[in-house]
Write a protein that binds this ligand. Structure first.
Ligand SMILES: NC(=O)C1=CN([C@@H]2O[C@H](COP(=O)(O)OP(=O)(O)OC[C@H]3O[C@@H](n4cnc5c(N)ncnc54)[C@H](OP(=O)(O)O)[C@@H]3O)[C@@H](O)[C@H]2O)C=CC1
Ligand SMILES: O=C([O-])CC(=O)C(=O)O
Length: 268
């Protein structure tokens, strides 16, 4: 990746939805010093975001760094190729890496570098440090979201309809982060991020609750191990563009992008 101060770093954003569109707008505003957005990639017309909308291959010809804000399939299909071209990659759809073969391939690929954004949650720094001191023995996350945001294509009509009419909180899923992010690929990337950080997707016990009163999306994390005990609760306002996604995520992506291109500030 080019890093000289007098040459702007060219960013391609994959996905022009709730996260991607906000990221493009912020980059055009100059929110990450020396990074300019040069293209957005999306199968559907995204409207005028202020940068050309290109097909992936054409966009990669211009990219120093790719910001993925599209979905797990993009990571499965394109991450290794992007890294092999020497382009750096910021991953938002972290759940893709719960596939051990893909995770190994992404880790081995280069010379481009990759980073995962913390996205909708925090506390990952201390959990990563704690896991380095000694294995964590317990990692749990309870995510609470609006029921309609949790309807999945694999659900039968009965279960999907239940989520549309439910009036009380109801547990929708209980299992490992690996399963959680496979079954809810657009809603439980945070569980996968915890799995990545603690080095074990199967250690992370995920509970997903649909709550019709959940004005805020909640991720409650409990962990313990040799280093100590950890508890934190995050309550995010959903994105007005996509209530499945927390509104803070584009800002997390921009923060991660600054770190990836070597312009971090504040706490890392
Ligand atoms: N790590 C974290 O904390 C979080 C991660 N995420 C991840 O980020 C992703 C994006 O979230 P969000 O912006 O809210 O979702 P949106 O649905 O608002 O936007 C995603 C956009 O990407 C497009 N897209 C789908 N497939 C491709 C592709 N192959 N190439 C290019 N563009 C594609 C979609 O098009 P179309 O609508 O036609 O499919 C859509 O326009 C989520 O799917 C999830 O995986 C989300 C929230 C938190
Ligand atoms: O935005 C959130 O709160 C979490 C989310 O969708 C995800 O992890 O995929």
């Amino acid at each position: 990746m080019r890093t000289t101060a007098d040459t702007p770093i060219r960013a391609v954003v994959i996905g022009g939805g709730a996260i991607g569109a906000s990221v493009v707008t912020a980059l055009l505003r100059g929110d990450v010093p020396d990074v300019v957005p040069v293209a957005v990639v999306d199968p559907q017309p995204v409207g005028d975001l202020g940068v050309p909308q290109l097909r992936l291959e054409a966009a990669l010809d211009q990219a120093d760094v790719v910001v993925e804000c599209a979905g797990q399939a993009v990571i499965a299909q394109s991450a290794v190729g992007i890294l092999e071209r020497g382009i750096d990659l910021l991953i938002t759809s972290v759940g893709a890496l719960a596939d051990p073969d893909l995770a190994a391939a992404v880790r081995a690929a280069g010379p481009g570098r990759f980073l995962l954004t913390a996205g909708a949650i925090g506390g990952l720094d201390i959990l990563s440090s704690a896991a380095a001191q000694g294995p964590l023995t317990r990692v749990e996350v309870t995510t609470t979201k609006l029921p309609t945001t949790l309807v999945q294509p694999w659900m039968d009509d009965h279960d999907a309809d239940l989520l549309r009419v439910v009036t009380e909180p109801v547990e929708v899923f209980r299992g490992t982060a690996r399963e959680a992010t496979r079954l809810f690929p657009r809603s439980l990337n945070v569980a996968a991020t915890l799995g990545w950080v603690v080095g074990d997707f199967d250690l992370v016990d995920v509970r997903l609750v649909a709550d019709p009163a959940a004005e805020l999306t909640c991720h409650r994390v409990v962990a313990e191990g040799a280093a100590g005990r950890y508890r934190f609760e995050i309550e995010n306002l959903p994105s007005p563009q996509n209530p499945r996604t927390s509104g803070v995520v584009p800002h997390a992506v921009l923060r991660s992008l600054a770190a990836l291109v070597g312009r971090p500030s504040g706490v890392v």
